[in-house]
Design a protein around this ligand. Structure first.
Ligand SMILES: O=C(O)CCC(=O)C(=O)O
Ligand SMILES: [Fe+2]
Length: 325
């Protein structure tokens, strides 16, 4: 893990950049803020820019920046992303995440997720406690690749913590830390696995399983779990939204889940901490917690980053940062 702790002076400099971006538009405009953050990012403190540039160049798997500004008058934690979107709650913090994120990659969103927003809110929502989405709380969010089904999935998933009063951990397993038995490794290298869109895209709240192979969304796409460099492979995995195409591949999924779970570490984000998770090298999840809906619940901002935005443009044949549904 690579970690940088910002000084008070650096935090003040970033706060001043946020002031400028927020003041530039009469009304909070998240799309305009994305462009303004990209323009302003070269003015971030040099130490922070150098740290993020190095993380990108060295393909750091888990990168943490601590001490980002969180406004002292932060509004109560919204009880759902839709309410946050409507009120613009935590918009200064969205800008902070965009500013840092653009140093690692290009922000993008999904038409099918949180209404095509670029920066998402991760906060518990009533009725979603046991869902398989980021709005859950009571249920463990199992280790996953973000948007495992899609060829344009993020290179980095970034999370900025606004509140985390119970120090709930984000779980992470780095593929670089794993030692797969040789026969498992070679099975995982083969395109014998099928990946499905998760519930945050399909709007359903029931676990998908290999048996419901009907319909377009259930068709998914096949590919390997391990791919890329022989001795430092990339990884693609989400037990809730994948299946093996044959009995041996199905066994390999279960065996891999066990290996990933045993190797999991945790990062309990504090307000002002941003973590940049390499979505090709790390699977992440979350420990369960009790949501109280009292305005003080855990609250993160989430941003997907691509190392090459043209991957999106060629995929959807449009120059848009929002991947169509
Ligand atoms: O809440 C967390 O710590 C992580 C949730 C998650 O997996 C996500 O938002 O993508
Ligand atoms: Fe996630």
């Amino acid at each position: 893990m690579h970690k940088l702790v910002l000084t008070a002076e650096e935090r003040e400099n970033i706060d001043a950049l946020i002031d400028g971006i927020v003041a530039a538009d009469e009304k909070w405009d998240p799309m305009a803020a994305m462009d303004r953050a990209a323009e302003a990012a070269p003015s971030l403190p040099l130490r922070l820019r150098a740290f993020l540039a190095q993380a990108r160049a060295e393909e750091s798997d888990v990168t943490v920046v601590s001490g980002l500004p969180v406004h002292p008058d932060l509004p109560p934690t919204p009880t759902g992303w839709d309410l946050a979107a409507k009120s613009g709650a935590g918009h200064r913090e969205e800008v902070a995440l965009l500013l840092c994120g653009t140093a690692l990659g290009d922000p993008f969103g999904w038409e099918s997720q949180q209404d095509g927003r670029i920066v998402h809110d991760v906060c518990p929502a009533p009725g979603m406690e046991s869902s398989l989405t980021s709005a859950s709380s009571a249920k463990t969010l199992s280790l996953h690749t973000e948007d495992v089904f899609h060829p344009c999935r993020a290179d980095y998933v970034s999370l900025l913590c606004l509140r985390n009063p119970d120090a709930v951990g984000t779980t992470v397993t780095r593929v670089g830390s794993l030692d797969f038995p040789e026969s498992l490794r070679s099975t995982l290298r083969e395109p014998r696995f099928r990946f499905f869109p998760d519930d945050s895209h399909t709007g359903t709240s029931l676990p998908r399983n290999a048996a419901d192979g009907e319909g377009a969304a259930a068709a998914g796409m096949t590919g390997p779990v391990l791919f890329g460099p022989e001795h430092a492979p990339y990884l693609r995995f989400d037990i809730d939204f994948m299946s093996g195409e044959d009995a041996e591949a199905a066994e390999a999924v279960l065996a891999t889940q066990e290996i990933l779970s045993k190797a999991a570490g945790r990062v309990a984000l504090e307000p002002g901490d941003a973590v940049f998770i390499d979505n090709y090298q790390v699977v992440h999840g979350r420990e369960p917690f009790a949501a109280r809906y009292d305005g003080k619940d855990r609250w993160l901002k989430r941003l997907n980053l691509s190392r090459d935005i043209r991957r999106l443009y060629t995929h959807s044949a449009s120059r848009s940062r929002i991947i169509p549904a």
